[in-house]
Design a protein around this ligand. Structure first.
Ligand code: HEM
Length: 415
């Protein structure tokens, strides 16, 4: 498939670049909510932005009309699995992954997740402050991921450097921030390292008993009704897990902790009632929408959407999960954060066939972080001089979220 070229309209209302800049505000929710009334808007040549919850769900649930086989340029040389494959072919990859990410399997993994978070937070309690983004959010989900893959901690550093090369090329080479050729070069090199790394791991697992219970052993040994995964399919799945499963949780953690730091009444409610945490995590995921936009969908035929909206074949559709999550027509009091909101039918994890397979894991990682942090450090706030939060526009995250706390209060905690 030819790469899809996205040309944006000149700056103006509804323009995508304007929207992306606004997304980086601490409080983009009102802006999103205003977009919902329109529901659908052409934001560039052949590019539509979908914002209402109804239409967003319809697009995401209609893979026959809106294909997710639109390529993402991350240095990958083949489609990402299962993300870039439409049903019915998609179901094979999904079935292969489900046993590892099922609610039950993830719940059984909780002690390990807690232990990883303790390893990070216990070292911080007596310091009275930290850069939460760097010291906690970047490190902890990667450690959990290493456990899932059965990696040694020493390999984790390698993997994180490779991930940075793919998702944050400028961290490896500053010139990639402004030079597109350099950006592609860093991404291509890092992607190639990722394939090599996982190929080596796969070989190692095949050489062993495949009974390690880790992701690669599971995928290598997976067989249902005569279906198996080829080595390339396993590598392409592992690639997706790295780009979908690390930054998303890190970024969500920064959003959740920034929200609680700036809304102490909500934080205190959680301290008083830790049973509220799972619902609160969902509500904050709805509110913050750390993945603001689903991966692009491509209209594969002419379609007329409800309301008589014509969509021509070849249109790239950007589904704004963030806008859908604060659609007042679909969510009561959408612009209010209600930590005990139930039911909470948000789309922070997408919808339809490609809905996030890591949602149970992500929720648990965030819930464990909030719970275990609160047990040790019940009162914290933004560090003095760092009250101005800087959010990024791609995946929503707070860069350098600096927190501080009174070590005497933290020390007194009966944990
Ligand atoms: C709070 C954290 C997370 C958020 C907000 C999130 C969000 C999403 C969203 C919105 C999608 C759908 C994309 C689309 O339809 O275009 C998705 C898909 C996916 N996510 Fe997550 N994700 C998170 C964590 C994770 C984790 C921890 C993993 C695994 C380790 C993971 C693995 C995946 C995979 C494999 C897909 C593709 C599923 C498919 O194509 O069938 N995600 N995620």
């Amino acid at each position: 498939m030819q790469p899809t070229k996205i040309t944006l309209k000149p700056p103006g209302q509804g323009n995508l670049s304007t929207l992306l800049a606004d997304v980086a505000r601490p409080d983009p929710q009102m802006l999103y909510s205003d977009l919902d009334a329109r529901g659908w808007e052409m934001v560039g040549e052949g590019v539509a932005l979908c914002t209402s919850k109804d239409l967003s769900e319809l697009v995401l649930r209609s893979p026959g009309d809106f294909s997710s086989a639109a390529p993402l340029h991350l240095g990958n040389v083949r489609p990402l699995l299962p993300l870039n494959v439409d049903p019915p072919a998609h179901s094979k990859y999904r079935k292969a992954l489900e046993p590892i990410f099922s609610a039950r399997r993830v719940a059984a993994f909780e002690p390990r997740i807690v232990s990883r978070f303790e390893g990070v937070v216990d070292a911080l309690v007596s310091t009275g402050g930290c850069d939460f983004t760097e010291d906690v959010a970047e490190v902890y989900p990667s450690a959990v991921f290493a456990d899932l893959l059965g990696l040694a901690d020493s390999d984790l550093t390698t993997l994180m450097a490779i991930r940075d090369g793919i998702l944050h090329p400028a961290r490896l080479d500053a010139s990639a921030a402004t030079d597109m050729a350099k950006l592609r070069e860093v991404q291509d090199r890092s992607a190639s390292q990722l394939y090599d790394y996982f190929a080596g791991l796969l070989e190692e697992r095949r050489g062993g008993s495949l009974r390690n219970g880790d992701v690669m052993s599971h995928l290598a040994g997976w067989q249902v009704n005569g279906e198996r995964l080829s080595d390339e399919e396993i590598l392409d799945t592992a690639f997706t897990l790295v780009i979908a499963g690390l930054d998303t949780v890190s970024d969500s953690l920064t959003c959740v902790f920034a929200y609680l730091a700036t809304h102490p009444e909500h934080r205190d409610r959680i301290v008083g009632d830790p049973g509220l945490i799972p619902a609160a995590v969902d509500e904050l995921l709805r509110w913050e929408s750390p993945v603001p936009t689903a991966s692009p969908r491509l209209a594969v035929r002419d379609v007329t959407l409800p309301g008589g909206i014509p969509v021509s074949a070849g249109t790239v559709v950007l589904v704004s999960l963030a806008a859908a999550n604060v659609d007042r027509a679909a969510c009561p009091d959408a612009l209010e954060v209600r930590l005990d909101r139930r039911p909470n039918r948000h789309v922070a994890f997408g919808a339809g066939a490609h809905r996030c397979i890591g949602s149970h894991l992500a929720r648990l990682e965030i819930a464990v972080a909030v719970r275990e942090w609160q047990r040790r450090i019940p009162v914290w706030h933004l560090a003095r001089g760092y009250e101005q939060l800087s959010y990024s526009a791609g995946l929503r995250r707070v860069d350098h979220l600096r927190l501080s706390w009174d070590t005497k209060v933290a020390d007194a905690c009966p944990c």
